[in-house]
Every structure is written in structure tokens, then in C-alpha cells.
Design a protein around this ligand. Structure first.
Ligand code: ADP
Ligand code: ASP
Ligand code: MG
Length: 451
């Protein structure tokens, strides 16, 4: 069997849904389980609607209207019953009304509201497949076995999920195509949860592992993992083979094409993950593997990724010279305030680190305490650039070449860190200089002038 996951753009319009159905129909003899995201933009709309309900910007009825219109229009254009997802929209409206009345929005209610995107898209896609004579049935992830903890908005899947999925879906494989909601789960006590933004990729990997898939296919709007985000570097090209470790680094540092957690369940059991283009299904795409076949001959640097909008925190203190436990003190403060650190570099007297902008509030509390032990500065608007490739550990001079390129461009590097895996060189520049840095690096390492 295989798992085929279709992202938001692959189910965002009637034309895209038709393409998706063609791809699924062509793979029927491989016994697919289909995982779908919400229609493109719908998760953002749902999250915004929840915030608007809390702020009483508009009544629930009005907040639901654009979502109702969009889903009805898509259903109508596909020749399906326009009211197919009306019952879900009614539940959504009630939830938003509750938030409106109470003026309270908890992470739990946020997840409940967000869940409707995938609940509806799975019904639309299953109905369209069935109409095209590919018998299919929509499944909510929790009915198909997904159980999570109560880490709302970023829930973790519990181990009982795996046998439960097998029990639920193994009997129907090859009979009718299950179309499962990505991104969602439910706690043991029955509350809906989400797995974090972009989490449908993760869902695909979980189902692939539970069902012992031959392959997990991630169908999206680009032909694979590319040497850089094609929206930034126009002549970025598709990478044929990428190792799990490289994919994880690229994803973690901003290559949105693959959710970081995706690789975990797949890597544990060695299931290959293939990234493919719904709108150009004949393209070979990218195969993500434990080891690549051309390891000996490929270039040291495979990909570039960027994560913008970070804060750069610098701590300077001479205490670090002789005081044991200084660093552990720093991290104790950060942990207590719930601040998570992405990149870190230390020298004799200073510590530099990057923190995602979403921790801005928490960081304020932490810096108040840190100022007692070190001179602390926080700069905003920083980009983390990550240069990734298995060969970086074996080919000498990659870091030197990177810094040479940045020097020629007159771009100041504010922090450098080389991961313990020696698979990446990561450094920090100002957000405004990130695109220029990527163009120059792409031209240097990928051997092509970039646009
Ligand atoms: P989906 O909705 O199918 O999950 P996403 O929007 O999450 O799709 O991810 C696909 C997008 O990721 C692409 O349209 C592309 O702009 C972006 N992207 C960023 N970095 C890369 C990269 N290195 N390779 C391919 N795509 C990338
Ligand atoms: N719909 C969810 C999101 O936008 C999950 C996904 O698309 O993977 O984050
Ligand atoms: Mg995605």
C-alpha cells in the first residue's frame, strides 16, 4: 500500500481536486490511503475567524459566510451536492458563537475551530472520487485511530495510534479509498487537537508507518524539494535524492515543502518519502531516503533554507570565564519562561542565540532575569540561513567559501553555528539581506547564476 498526501493547493480549487482525483485513480492498484489538507487558505481563515469571534469583530454567522460560500461553490462546480458540508459549517458557527459570547479563546477551542478545514476537505475529495467511480470514504483522523496528548495546537501522537490505525483501515484497503483528514487528532478524552501548522505531512507519515507503506507520497505544487525556495531563487532546481537528515534540516530551517516531524515516523522504519507535483505528475520529484545512491559523487552542498523573523539574543559576561554552571543557569531561565532556542554559538565570554519571534513576550520576561547575570541585547528582524548537505562534514572549506561569498557581498554575519550532525552550516544575517545572501550562495554552490 502507499500513502498519498495532498496539500492545500492540491485541493484548493475544483480544477486542482480533479487533478488530485486523476493522480489517485492512476494509483488505485497500489491500495492508496489518501491524506488531505484543508482547501488552501482555509486554516488561516478559520484561525482568523476564531480571533475575530473573540474580539467580536463580527458575529459568527458573518465569519462563517466566506467559508460556506467557498465550499458550496467548489462542490457545485464539481457537480456534487452543494450542501454536503453544511452540517459541519453549522457546528463551526456554533463554536464561533460560543467564543463570541464568552470572549474567550483557549488553545483547545482554537484547535476545535481549525479542525473543520480538513473535516470538510476530506468529504469534498471523497465525494468527488466516488463520483468518478473510485469508491472512497472520508475519515476523520480520530475515527481512523489517531490519538494525541493534549498539547493543543502542537499535539504529539500517542503510541496506541499505530495499532488503532491498522485495525481501522487494514480491512478496507483495496476496497474503497480512505480519504483521511490531515493535521488532526483527538485526545483520549475526546477533544479535537491539531499537530502543528503544516501537520498533514506528519499525518501521512504516521499512516504510512502504521500500515507498513511501501512509500509515502507528498503531493504539492512544486516538483520536489528544491535547491532553494523557488519563490526566492528562480532557477532553483529539484533535488533527485535527499537523505532524511538533509530533508529534516531543510524543513526545520524553513523549506516549508516538508513538515519537520514528517521524517520521524518514516525514518524509524525506513519508508521512502517521495515529494511530487500534483500539477505535473509525470515529473520525477524528490526521493527522501536513509542513504542516497550517489553519495560518493554528489556535491557537498545540496540545499539552502531560510527562516526569517527571528530575534538574536547576545549575552556577554566575564563570569563565564570561571563560573561553572553559567550556561546551565542561562538555559534554566529560558526554559522556565518557555523560550525555545534554535541556533546557538558560544565563546569565552559571550553566548549568541536565535529565538523565533513567536516567543517575543516570553523572551521579555527571560531577559529581565538574564540581565542580572549578563549584559543582554536582543535584536529583531534576523534571518537564519542554513546551508545543508551530507558532504559538508567530509569536504573541507565549505564554511570558508560561505564566508568568502558573504564578504564579497558585504553582508555581515552575526552568528555562525555548525550543527553537531556536521550536515549544515547555519548563520544569521539581517532579514533584509537574506535574499541577496541566498542568490549569492546559490550561484556559488549550485553553479548557476541565479535570478
Ligand atoms: P502544501 O500546501 O502542498 O503542503 P506548502 O505550501 O506547505 O505546500 O509547501 C510547498 C511550498 O514550499 C512551495 O510552493 C515552495 O514555495 C515552498 N518551498 C520552500 N522551500 C522549498 C524548497 N527548498 N523546495 C521546494 N519548495 C520549497
Ligand atoms: N491545513 C493545515 C495548515 O495549513 C495543515 C497542512 O496543510 O498541512 O497548517
Ligand atoms: Mg505543507
Amino acid at each position: 500500500m502507499i500513502v498519498m498526501k495532498f496539500g492545500g493547493t492540491s485541493v484548493g480549487t475544483p480544477a486542482a481536486i480533479r487533478k488530485t482525483a486523476e493522480v489517485v485513480a492512476a494509483a488505485r492498484d497500489r491500495k492508496p490511503v489518501v491524506v488531505v489538507s484543508a482547501l488552501s487558505g482555509v486554516t488561516n481563515q478559520l484561525l482568523a475567524a476564531a480571533q475575530d469571534a473573540r474580539a467580536r469583530t463580527a458575529p459568527a454567522r458573518e465569519l462563517v459566510r466566506p467559508l460556506r460560500d467557498r465550499h458550496r461553490r467548489v462542490l457545485g462546480e464539481l457537480g456534487l451536492p452543494r450542501r454536503l458540508v453544511d452540517p459541519d459549517l453549522a457546528w463551526l458557527e456554533e463554536a464561533l458563537h460560543g467564543i463570541y459570547l464568552l470572549r474567550e479563546l483557549t488553545p483547545r477551542s482554537l484547535d476545535y475551530v481549525a479542525s473543520f478545514g480538513e473535516v470538510m476537505s476530506s468529504k469534498v475529495v471523497a465525494a468527488h472520487l466516488s463520483k468518478r467511480k473510485v469508491p472512497a470514504k472520508a475519515w476523520n483522523a480520530w475515527d481512523a485511530g489517531v490519538v494525541t496528548d493534549d498539547g493543543y495546537t502542537e499535539a504529539a501522537v500517542l503510541p496506541e495510534t499505530y495499532p488503532a490505525i491498522k485495525k481501522a483501515l487494514a480491512p478496507v484497503l483495496g476496497e474503497e479509498v480512505p480519504v483521511v483528514t490531515g493535521f488532526l487528532g483527538r485526545t483520549r478524552t475526546g477533544e479535537r487537537t491539531t499537530l502543528g501548522r503544516g501537520g498533514s505531512d506528519y499525518t501521512a507519515a504516521i499512516f504510512g508507518r502504521a500500515l507498513g507503506a511501501e512509500e509515502i507520497q507528498i503531493w504539492t505544487d512544486v516538483s520536489g524539494i528544491m535547491s532553494c525556495d523557488p519563490r526566492i531563487v528562480r532557477n532553483a532546481y529539484t533535488l533527485r535524492h535527499v537523505t532524511f537528515a538533509e530533508a529534516a534540516e531543510l524543513a526545520y530551517f524553513g523549506a516549508k515543502v516538508l513538515h519537520p516531524k514528517t521524517v520521524e515516523p518514516a525514518v524509524e522504519v525506513g519508508i521512502p518519502v517521495r515529494i511530487l507535483n500534483t500539477f505535473s505528475p509525470q515529473d520525477e520529484g524528490t526521493l527522501v531516503l536513509r542513504e542516497v545512491p550517489d553519495a560518493g559523487t554528489r556535491a557537498a552542498v545540496q540545499g539552502l533554507a531560510v527562516k526569517r523573523g527571528n530575534m538574536l539574543v547576545n549575552l556577554t559576561s566575564t563570569r563565564m570565564l570561571d563560573a561553572e554552571g553559567y550556561l546551565s543557569q542561562v538555559f534554566e531561565v529560558l526554559a522556565r519562561h518557555g523560550v525555545s532556542v534554535d541556533c546557538l554559538a558560544t565563546s569565552e565570554v559571550s553566548v549568541s542565540m536565535t529565538v523565533d519571534a513567536r516567543y517575543a513576550e516570553a523572551l521579555k520576561g527571560a531577559t529581565r532575569e538574564l540581565r542580572r547575570i549578563a549584559r543582554t541585547t536582543v535584536s529583531r528582524g534576523r534571518a537564519v540561513i542554513c546551508v545543508v548537505g551530507e558532504g559538508i562534514s567530509t569536504v573541507p572549506g565549505v564554511a570558508g567559501r560561505i564566508f568568502g561569498v558573504m564578504g564579497n557581498e558585504g553582508i555581515n554575519i552575526e552568528l555562525i553555528s555548525q550543527g553537531a550532525s556536521e550536515l549544515n552550516v547555519t548563520f544569521v544575517v539581517r532579514d533584509a539581506e537574506a535574499d541577496r545572501a541566498l542568490h549569492a550562495l546559490h550561484a556559488t554552490f549550485m553553479g548557476q547564476a541565479s535570478a
